[in-house]
Design a protein around this ligand. Structure first.
Ligand code: SAM
Length: 255
């Protein structure tokens, strides 16, 4: 694993949001403040492009990929949906046929996606506590939420996901990885950037970044899934918009 640092997202500079220290992981309070700030800039889905065009392109590609893996009659749960752009795209692609539910820790994040789902399909809080105890899903997916968990927390989290899957249900995790299918040149450039950034920050030439969690190697994703008791693992990459590294996906069955 390697530590992950970020400066801004969805047009919001993290320095403008209260946070105890750049070394501390983002808390639910941080996410609530972040989405409140984001929705001061985003009044509707059309405005996502204005604040962060890469976000829309990347997540639209991810949504199209997920849609391609949905089987008929799937009961689907998205954990940590954030602003819900991916889920908005899925609902459009499904043209009213999808059973999709979402969870999210920060209530403010649900501002737009809430308008497209019935209240019984929107769960605010931490998974799995926020889900009614009798509900099972045939597909549970999560995009870009694992980074905030270390290996043992992610293993525990995935085993809780397993407990909410139907007998043959699948868990699909989508995230950046330290092993993207890119050229050696791109890898070298990234290594140089990673070395220079702390130097530039220390002399005030680059704005401070905040600790957000960890990037993982593919093998580390594989290991947490196996340790959480999953089988039939498959994996690959989603070429996602302007990011040459794309997104890594790993899917496993509950059996
Ligand atoms: C980087 S955002 C990703 C949002 C969305 N999935 C996307 O790709 O646009 C991470 C989100 O995960 C949520 N989150 C963090 N820990 C969580 C947890 N344990 N359960 C559910 N959501 C969580 C945060 O509130 C935040 O909105």
């Amino acid at each position: 694993m390697r530590k992950l640092y970020e400066r801004s997202w969805l047009g919001v500079e993290f320095i403008s949001i209260s946070r105890p220290s750049p070394q501390v992981l983002a808390s639910p309070v941080f996410w609530e403040d972040f989405y409140q700030a984001a929705f001061q800039k985003i009044g509707s889905w059309n405005e996502i492009d204005r604040v962060d065009p890469d976000f829309r392109k990347t997540r639209t590609a991810v949504a199209e990929f997920i849609f391609g893996r949905i089987e008929s009659h799937d009961v689907i749960l998205s954990i940590g949906c954030g602003v819900g752009w991916i889920e908005h795209c899925l609902l459009e692609l499904g043209q009213g046929t999808l059973h999709l539910e979402v969870t999210e820790v920060a209530p403010a994040a649900l501002t737009l996606i809430r308008q497209e789902l019935s209240p019984s399909r929107v769960h605010q809080g931490f998974f799995p506590e926020c889900i009614p105890t009798d509900r099972l899903y045939s597909l549970i997916f999560m995009v870009d939420i694992d980074f905030a968990m270390d290996q043992s927390s992610l293993t525990l989290f995935l085993s809780k996901v397993k407990g909410r899957l139907t007998g043959e249900g699948r868990c699909l995790l989508i995230s950046p990885t330290l092993d993207p299918p890119v050229s050696l040149w791109w890898t070298l450039l990234r290594a140089v950037k990673n070395m220079l950034t702390p130097l530039l920050e220390s002399v005030g030439l680059s704005q401070r970044k905040y600790f957000f969690g960890w990037y993982r190697h593919k093998e580390e994703f594989y290991r947490v899934f196996s340790q959480a008791g999953y089988s039939e693992l498959s994996e690959g990459f989603i070429p996602a918009g302007p990011n040459p590294a794309g997104y890594y996906w790993i899917e496993a069955r509950n059996s």
